[in-house]
Ligand binder design. Structure first.
Ligand code: ATP
Ligand code: MG
Ligand code: MG
Length: 348
């Protein structure tokens, strides 16, 4: 087919559409009214609600294949498309949208998440903090991103005094990690799987700050085990496209944090730093094309997010000839909001 539909309108969709255009595809986006920065690079963009059946049917009729860039697309919306039109399988969305089902799913495949407990009330939270210990983190099961919907619990007293979220949650024991990394893979329609190198990720205030390669010994030693798990997850979901699993590297090996059934911020370095980017390979996979080489093509790579007002004057970073700037073109600057990123390569 020659038209790709993208559910969601953020920077991930924008970079996906740029990669698709290079391969000769047209993209049509779909996301309710908002700062849909993907629209600027799509041929057309639907700003209807997720449950607008008529609009979804009109969108489907114009697309040969449909995918998503946003992990909170309602599962019913994704299921409105025939199974041979939408990739990955919407079951991946369903599994990953709920932290509890996601952890159980990964545990069934042999993965190890942090100790956790289901929390539906303050009594549950106090019991969980008691049983699993503090510090820990209370997380809403759904809709969290960039550390939103999370509360650090430093003691039993914190658990007693917290203003409880108005949503189902889980409590997780705090992991004393040595480093964080993610496994990003692409799986084709024929089941072929390719992995990019795992970068070391650093976070500030629950938001990804940087992804660095080489990742260093601590991460490198745990990538193989983490990849095995990610490969099993992809196979179990009959996954097609790019899939990301986040891990904590600990003295006891890789601890699973969460998965994202999509291209991922920690893979932005692949645009300049890998033979084929995560965006291009996602498009290749959903379009049924052969997958591209995922090899790293620089000696070192450093990706840094640009948050909030840091985007003002970001062109100055280009004074360094090895630095590449990506400005997502967001019209509203908010504190901590992902506005763009920089990738700096060290070439051999
Ligand atoms: P994303 O934007 O990656 O989807 P999110 O809001 O889903 O973020 P998490 O990945 O759950 O959030 O947590 C964000 C960061 O907070 C993690 O990358 C890690 O640095 C820290 N963190 C989360 N859970 C734990 C934990 N159990 N122990 C230690 N640190 C944690
Ligand atoms: Mg998340
Ligand atoms: Mg995360």
């Amino acid at each position: 087919g020659s038209t790709i539909g993208i559910l969601g309108g953020g920077q991930l969709g924008r970079m996906m559409a740029v990669a698709a255009a290079q391969l000769g595809y047209r993209c049509i986006g779909y996301s309710p009214e908002g700062d849909n920065v993907a629209a600027a690079v799509c041929e057309d963009f639907f700003t209807n609600e997720w449950d607008d059946k008529e609009a979804l049917a009109a969108f489907a009729a114009r697309c040969d294949v449909v995918t998503w860039e946003f992990e909170n697309v309602p599962v019913e919306t994704a299921r409105a498309f025939p199974a041979d039109q939408i990739f990955p399988d919407p079951r991946a969305l369903e599994t990953a949208q709920d932290r509890l089902s996601e952890k159980r799913f990964v545990e069934d495949l042999g993965g190890r998440p942090a100790a956790y407990a289901k929390v539906d009330s303050r009594t549950d939270l106090e019991a969980a903090a008691d049983r699993l210990g503090a510090p820990g983190i209370l997380k809403t099961r759904r809709d969290g991103y960039d550390g939103k919907g999370q509360w650090r619990i430093m003691s039993g007293r914190d658990a007693a005094g917290l203003k409880m979220p108005d949503a189902a949650a889980i409590y997780e024991g705090f992991v004393e990690f040595r480093a964080e990394f993610s496994v990003i893979l692409v799986r084709g329609q024929n089941g072929e799987v390719r992995f990019w190198d795992s970068a070391r990720n650093t976070h500030e205030g629950g938001v990804l700050a940087a992804s660095l390669l080489p990742a260093g010994k601590v991460v490198d030693a745990q990538v193989e085990e983490a990849r095995k798990l990610a490969g099993k997850v992809a196979q179990a979901l009959n996954y097609v496209g790019v899939l990301t699993l986040e891990f904590f590297a600990t003295h006891e090996g890789p601890i699973f944090n969460e998965m994202a059934p999509r291209v991922h911020n920690s893979g932005h370095w692949t645009i300049e730093g890998a033979a084929t980017s995560q965006f291009e390979n996602h498009i290749r996979a959903v379009a049924g094309l052969p997958l591209g080489d995922t090899r790293t093509i620089a000696e070192a790579v450093e990706m840094r997010n640009i948050l909030g007002t840091e985007i003002e004057g970001a062109h100055a970073f280009l004074a360094d000839a090895d630095t590449h700037l990506h400005d997502y073109g967001k019209s509203e600057v908010r504190e901590g909001r992902k506005m763009g990123h920089l990738t700096r390569l060290t070439r051999s």
